[in-house]
Design a protein around this ligand. Structure first.
Ligand code: PEP
Length: 257
């Protein structure tokens, strides 16, 4: 793959304005790692302040509503986050699917809304521990991903630019137990085959597939060496510039995915 490795921090519900100094430090460090594309998805309240100051990193959101606007108390539309400076949105994170009952169909509707607002999307997928234990992980993830993505005819022309997939096994998120490199290799290869089937060889082979789930500076290099790993979606370790940029540093070493 010719695209730069993509390292995205998901701050989840962490961060007040006191965290802006950390975002600044990440932005400064990212300027020294131009071979890597570094981005942050802070809480909504920090999108605009980080966007205003950032010189290198892109800022995104962790979710958006599927409607353009209307009587949806407490929700936020794709156009609103774009207006605040977001360039991308994470969709279908397991914490949304599980904690907010988001179905594949809803995630797909959000993806369509985000793309229509000009945002890039990071589409998450991943199996539970029970699904993995019953040897159904690959089939589950392929089905979930296919049902969550808009079909090719509804995708913008530059699919590989607009779409990133993040494989995040639920049991690996925030647990300290990252998936093994063999499991990552098997799943990313299955996801790659699905993307080629859905979007054709030219686009499907260029979409970056991130791995997420307990990525840390000390396991990042091994994960990035796995075929078809195009970067990482990072939760806990993205909260400090030191650990997040340790991961970016591992990605700036040459790896051919
Ligand atoms: C995540 O929630 O997207 C994630 C990968 O979290 P962590 O890195 O903390 O496992």
């Amino acid at each position: 793959m010719t695209r730069r490795p993509y390292i995205v921090g998901n701050w989840k519900m962490h961060g007040t304005r006191a965290m802006l100094s950390e975002a600044r430090a990440i932005d400064r460090a990212a300027q020294r790692h131009m071979k890597v594309e570094v981005a942050l998805a802070p809480p909504y309240t920090l999108i605009h302040p980080i966007h205003r100051e950032a010189e290198q990193i892109a800022v995104g959101a962790q979710d958006c509503h599927h409607a353009e606007g209307g009587a949806f108390t407490g929700d936020i539309s794709a156009a609103m986050i774009a207006d605040a400076g977001a360039k991308f949105v994470i969709l279908g994170h397991s914490e949304r699917r599980q904690g907010h009952g988001e179905s594949d169909a809803l995630v797909r509707a959000k993806a369509e809304a985000a793309l229509a607002a000009g945002l890039r999307i990071i589409m998450c997928c991943g199996e539970s521990a029970a699904t993995r234990d019953s040897d159904k992980a690959v089939a589950f993830v392929k089905k979930q991903l296919k049902a969550s993505l808009p079909p090719a005819e509804q995708m913008p022309a530059e699919i590989a630019d607009k779409l990133t997939v993040a494989y995040e096994p639920i049991w690996a998120i925030g647990t300290g137990n990252a998936a093994t490199t063999d499991d990552i290799a098997e799943m990313h290869s299955a996801i790659r085959a699905l993307l080629v089937e859905l979007f054709g060889e030219e686009q499907g082979s260029e979409v970056r597939i991130l791995y997420g789930g307990s990525v840390k500076p000390d396991n990042a290099a091994a994960i990035f060496a796995v075929p078809d790993v195009g970067g990482a979606l990072v939760g806990g370790a993205s909260l400090t510039a030191d650990s997040f940029m340790g991961i970016a540093l591992a990605a700036s070493e040459p790896f051919e995915n």
